[in-house]
Design a binder for this molecule. Structure first.
Ligand code: SAM
Length: 862
């Protein structure tokens, strides 16, 4: 139950504030690589939108060309088309949030209004490479829920029809009904095969576009109106990025999410010792689950990011092969930890936004080597058949200091701490080579690099050296790496991505799970160790401490510290976004450490400081909220049905119940994990948990009300079916007036019966539900998926909405869009896309909605 409001109903100040807020979501510095504004920052916009000329980014890097030509990443005859697309701006893409109450309306509007009206626009030249129309659904994404747009930002601004589309995208994105996300980044969650009961771990989750998508899938596959049995744990090492993730997923309004802040390679297994006693020696109650294992793991690791060149063209300048080499070992460690935490029978997806085989096939091979038969690389060729992808490579080379190396035998002894055996197709180590009496030539013998060890600009293949021919044979992997998927930009006008799907058949070999005490290091984004923190014993899924048994002894190769890591979705719209206004204040759950000012971040070492303080200090505790008096006053005031469990499902982040401001609701699955976490000494560092359900009213009027806790708009949809008091039905016209004017005196409602009922309520928070067609004011309130409701405040003389301005705006726009469709202003149905079963189901629902809309419009117009 969202909110919605018309522009007409706002004050000028509100409108200006709102507009500024929305502008900021899209405003980006032209040199900001985080911008994903289509076609805006690296080309001359020559569409209808004018001739604003930007400095173009250099899109040349000879090292890049040499490296990828040598890897045979595309056939020689496609090289030019590959590079041509890589140098062109990335089309925009977005996803409809299928757990939104209005997702079918939004899809309908795109399919039947925008798709046709935009296409019909004469004179709009869509961007280069836009072969099939202005906007279109991505054919491989289920149920037309993901879309591709070819328009540049300038075009969107200039043309009236496009401007409307632009406004639509901005509003729906801010509300959370759509999420802008690069098309290829939507792929990994689809291969995870998630269902409503699954425990899902997103190991490197920030800024959260895939987490959001995973939650959508979990919710979409659960029974309407009930919380899913599953949950998503979204983890990221970086505190600031965790905050973006929290902000991003807040739009999802979910009680089934836990955000944690760990090094993924050391993610705790929380294995409970059932005989554990607490500090006072009292035997603790057994938690429902005894260790933290997951049905699904998404391992979307940090990478060099060269698959994002189209949206972050400054990578052209920065790119070098050391970027991939530098993250290889960390990627292996993270993936191995993911497999440790995966249940037998579970699925893990490994993905990067890099094309580099050292970060992709080499990591997959090393996983398979370590796991033996316990893990299978799954052939998913029959899944998402419309997605064009290429098989993984079976052979590749490693480049170091300007030299292409075909085998670990070719690695100079001075570089063996940086270039490790697992980077090569055979994965054979120097020791193994020696054991087999293979002579390993030192660089002096080969005459490489002339001893200066720095030849990044000079490309030498070892094939040109004096090494005997049999040692120069290219290594070819024995693993079925053709089952991996590489998505190439020129195949379907996207970015690049790599995806591999694993199935865990049995526990990992003992060597991968042996006890190992590991001092958890604090790392920066580029994995440079920052500081040692107190040793933490981390238990893995088998009760052992996490092992980094990957041949690196936990060392990060030194190249990592030179690498400027790039992330898959550095430009999620939460960056630079203003905070929501009105009653739903924005509140990041990770507390600032005392004295920690934003300005610190700009100083040298500021980020480091935040990292250290945010990660290990300054994070508010998560506690079960058990204050019986407050809980029962809330239950009584709103008449919350006993079948809705409150006890054990409420958490707060304040030790002092008298000062608890917000009470969060957690699902049964999250509750179980939280109980487990307490029983294992809080191994999980929780940055955010639960759905904000109740908020204390601190104003004088609020605190004098019989119940000082109001229901938050995020929490309302979950609790709505169980509320029996302080709730009333409003006619569509009064409901719309409330959204427009925000506060209405009792005498001013159109429906006098409603006025009377509203003024009869107890002072304090109440819920107003919009009456459906054919319903009378006195009818019992029945809640279902289509119910539209808002939280209000029953004051002395008036009823006031407690919904953000933007939610009011959105709800009003949704209601009027429904009405417009009904008026037949949109293009006729029979011109629409061919109808799948899902479409037919949608049509049925739309027809039902149509009836509702007719009645709304009649009343409003009348
Ligand atoms: C490719 S991005 C993830 C994008 C994300 N999955 C999404 O779809 O929005 C990689 C993330 O890994 C995080 N990261 C880097 N090193 C990490 C580590 N050792 N453990 C956990 N996260 C790490 C970075 O902060 C970054 O947010």
């Amino acid at each position: 139950m969202g909110g919605g409001g018309g522009r007409g109903g706002r004050s000028r100040t509100q409108r200006r504030h709102f507009r500024q807020n929305r502008e900021n979501v899209w405003k980006r510095s032209k040199s900001d690589p985080s911008s994903d504004a289509p076609n805006d920052n690296n080309t001359n916009d020559n569409g209808n939108g004018g001739n604003r000329a930007w400095e173009p980014f250099a899109t040349q890097n000879p090292t890049f060309d040499e490296y990828y030509k040598e890897q045979g990443i595309v056939a020689p005859e496609e090289w030019d088309s590959f590079m041509g697309v890589l140098r062109s701006p990335l089309p925009a893409a977005f996803r409809i949030n299928s757990s939104s109450q209005f997702y079918k309306d939004i899809r309908y509007q795109l399919e039947n209004e925008f798709m046709k009206s935009l296409q019909a626009e004469d004179g709009i030249q869509v961007s280069e490479g836009s072969e099939t129309g202005a906007i279109r659904p991505l054919p491989w994404y289920p149920e037309n829920l993901a879309w591709h747009s070819n328009f540049s930002r300038m075009q969107l601004r200039k043309n009236q029809n496009l401007e409307r589309f632009h406004e639509f995208l901005k509003l729906e994105n801010e509300i959370g009904n759509i999420t802008r996300q690069e098309a290829v980044s939507m792929v990994p969650p689809l291969f995870l095969d998630v269902s409503a009961d699954h425990f899902v771990l997103d190991m490197c989750a920030a800024p959260g576009s895939k987490t959001f998508q995973l939650l959508e899938i979990v919710y979409h596959s659960s029974k309407p109106g009930s919380l899913p049995n599953g949950l998503v744990v979204a983890n990221d090492l970086d505190v600031q990025r965790c905050n973006l993730l929290i902000h991003q997923t807040k739009r999802m309004c979910t009680a089934n999410l836990i955000v944690t802040n760990h090094e993924a390679q050391h993610f705790p297994g929380c294995r409970s010792n059932r005989n554990r006693s607490n500090a006072s020696g009292k035997l603790m109650e057994d938690p429902t689950i005894s260790q933290l294992l997951f049905d699904r793991v998404l391992c979307d690791v940090p990478c060099s990011g060269d698959g994002t060149l189209r949206k972050a063209p400054d990578i052209w300048r920065k790119w070098n092969a050391g970027m991939g080499n530098g993250v290889h070992s960390l990627q292996v460690q993270i993936a191995m930890r993911g497999l440790n935490l995966l249940k037998v029978g579970g699925r893990m997806v490994y993905s990067t936004c890099s094309m580099n085989p050292v970060e992709n096939e080499a990591v997959v091979s090393e996983i398979l080597r370590k796991c033996g038969e316990s893990v299978e690389l799954v052939d998913v060729s029959n899944e998402l058949p419309q997605l064009v992808r290429r098989p993984g490579l079976k052979k590749w080379k490693v480049r170091d200091k300007g030299v292409l190396l075909a085998s670990y035998k070719d690695v100079s002894k001075y570089r063996r701490n940086v270039i490790v055996p697992s980077m090569f197709p055979s994965g054979r180590s120097y020791m193994e080579a020696n054991e087999n009496n293979i002579h390993v030539m030192e660089p002096e013998e080969k005459g490489e690099n002339n001893g200066n060890g720095n030849g990044e600009d000079a490309l030498h293949s070892t094939a040109n050296s004096s090494t005997p021919a049999d040692e120069l044979e290219e290594e070819v992997s024995n693993f079925p790496l053709e089952r991996c998927m590489r998505i190439m930009p020129h195949d379907q006008n996207t970015g690049a991505f790599f995806i591999a799907v694993f199935h865990k058949h049995s526990p990992l070999p003992a060597a991968q799970e042996k006890p190992h005490f590991q001092k958890e290091k604090l790392c920066s984004r580029n994995n440079e160790p920052l500081a040692d923190v107190p040793t933490q014993v981390i238990e893995d899924s088998n009760g052992f401490e996490a092992s980094l048994n990957d041949g690196t002894d936990g060392k990060i190769p030194e190249a990592a510290s030179e690498v400027d890591l790039l992330d898959d979705e550095p430009d999620e719209t939460v960056l630079g976004q203003d905070l929501p206004v009105a009653s739903e204040e924005h509140n990041l759950e990770v507390a600032e450490a005392p004295g920690e000012k934003e300005a610190d971040l700009n100083k040298g070492g500021g980020k480091r400081k935040l990292q250290i303080q945010g990660k290990w200090k300054g994070v508010d505790p998560v506690l079960f909220f058990k204050d019986e008096a407050i809980i029962s006053s809330i239950r009584t005031f709103y008449g919350i049905d006993e079948s809705f469990p409150l006890n054990g499902h409420l958490v707060a982040r304040n030790l002092d119940n008298n000062h608890v401001k917000r009470i969060y609701y957690v699902s049964k699955s999250v509750k179980d994990v939280l109980e487990l976490n307490f029983s294992v000494g809080q191994q999980l560092k929780i940055a955010s948990i639960g759905l904000k359900m109740f908020e204390r009213q601190t104003s004088r009027e609020g605190s004098s009300a019989p119940c000082s806790f109001r229901i938050s708009s995020e929490g309302l949809p979950v609790i709505l079916p169980y509320i029996t008091k302080q709730i009333l039905l409003a006619s569509p016209v009064d409901f719309k007036h409330l959204l427009q004017y925000k506060s209405i005196k009792y005498a001013d409602f159109v429906d006098t019966e409603f006025s009377q009922k509203a003024s009869d309520l107890q002072q304090g928070c109440c819920v107003v539900v919009m009456r459906k067609d054919g319903q009378a004011a006195s009818d019992p309130i029945q809640v279902d998926e289509s119910t539209i409701a808002i939280g209000c405040w029953r004051g002395k003389a008036s009823l006031t909405v407690m919904v953000t301005a933007i939610d009011c705006q959105e709800m009003l726009e949704r209601l009027s869009a429904r009405a417009e469709i009904e008026k037949g202003s949109s293009v006729k149905d029979d011109d629409g896309p061919s109808k799948s079963e899902a479409d037919e189901e949608k049509d049925k629902n739309d027809a039902e909605k149509k009836e509702d809309k007719d009645s709304i419009e009649m009343v409003i117009d009348g």
